[in-house]
Design a protein around this ligand. Sequence first.
Ligand code: ZN
Ligand code: MG
Length: 458
Amino acid sequence: MRFRPLFRLGFSCASRMSGDRTTSSAVRPSNVATQYQEQLFDSAAKGNVEHVLAMLKAAVDVDAKNDRGWTALMFAARNGQVSVIKSLLEQGCSMNVLNSSGQTALDIADFWNHSDASSALSDGAVVPTQECQNYYSLNPLNRASDRRKHPEWIHQAVRRDNTKFILFSDLNPFLIEDTNQKSKKSKYVLGLFSYNQLAEHISKKPLLIFLGLETWDPESAVWFAVDVTGVEESKLKDVHKDGFFANPFPLTMQMDDRHAGIFAEARSILTWHDRYSFCATCGSSTVVQEAGYKRVCSNADCRSHKGINNTCYPRVDPSLIMLVVSPDGNRCLLGRKKTFPPKMFSCLAGFMEPGESIEDTCRREVEEESGIQVGRVEYHSSQPWPFPAVLMLGCITHAKTETIKLDNDDELEAAQWFSRPEIVQMLTHQHPGGLFVPPRQAIAHQLIRTWVGKTSNL
Ligand code: ZN
Ligand code: MG
């Protein structure tokens, strides 16, 4: 009887709340907020858009949760209330909240076969065509790589009125506060500058990277990243008075999702330029070409000019991150690096070595770090990680053995099997021992959530 428990959690919760509402006048003022919150859930479940909006106006948080972690969006999803879902998304509610069973609103709509509700929720996703929404992977720009080989076009594009520049100093991005009141998801966006605001600096030929066009329309705004290391910050603050150069952690993890994707492209490329000024083959200096996407050796006799070589183009370093599922399918393996924040556990991970397949790396890393042997490897999704230019390849893999043996020399200080209920507590920050997993911006979180959502005993 898979359906009963969720029915109790979802549907009857809302009816219990409408019961509470009838006694509202007798309740103390400190409970007024709770009453409004419960009315919000009740009207979301019943499809009463007007009342939902009225409750939000009455200052109820759009992502407020009840004691089982259910939000208004989940009640709407449970009952297939498409118009409520659309209104809540317009009001900037988060699609990423998990209830105490580890489900999102989309999981709930899918489970109850409310296909209209599921599509409304998918349409509300940051990039609707993308299956996974890994942070740093949601770059909306059209890279228009063919334009890179046309220096005259690039020269003109830099000088267009609607061209947008994002700034970096010592590889740190210039951020401003996200003042979009509708979205509570992000704290920061990239500070944008125009050519006129930077003309003097650009005349000194700083490192300038063509990031792409804003849309697939060739006339749409062009985006560039520009290195402004050494420029006085006060000059930039004339344009954005509260702007600042942000250290990567944790600030770039708190950006608007799309801007985080653009940042990831720009920072990976800029870091490459920062570290590869000289030819890896002969040691001569190199010259920037292709609008920042190539560095060519200045020595005409260098072997790097002949044949196929990978020393001229920006590098990407593939790394595997995997959730290991126990042989019985009921537990998963997480580990702790010494460098993690206290009480955080995450998926095992490691760099791919030359000549390895994804499966090889996954099996080798898991065995090296935990002594566990794994068999089947399923690819999940990937995430660019711009520190400096890693591509995280996320997998779910199935263990053949259960005995953990830590490698004393390795960076893991602990590894253990966790049951599904315990993982849900860790995902929702309700673990009695305070254990938790990385936040939604980390692909580890998405792997763990996928496993919980796929097979949780509803
Ligand atoms: Zn060379
Ligand atoms: Mg390793």
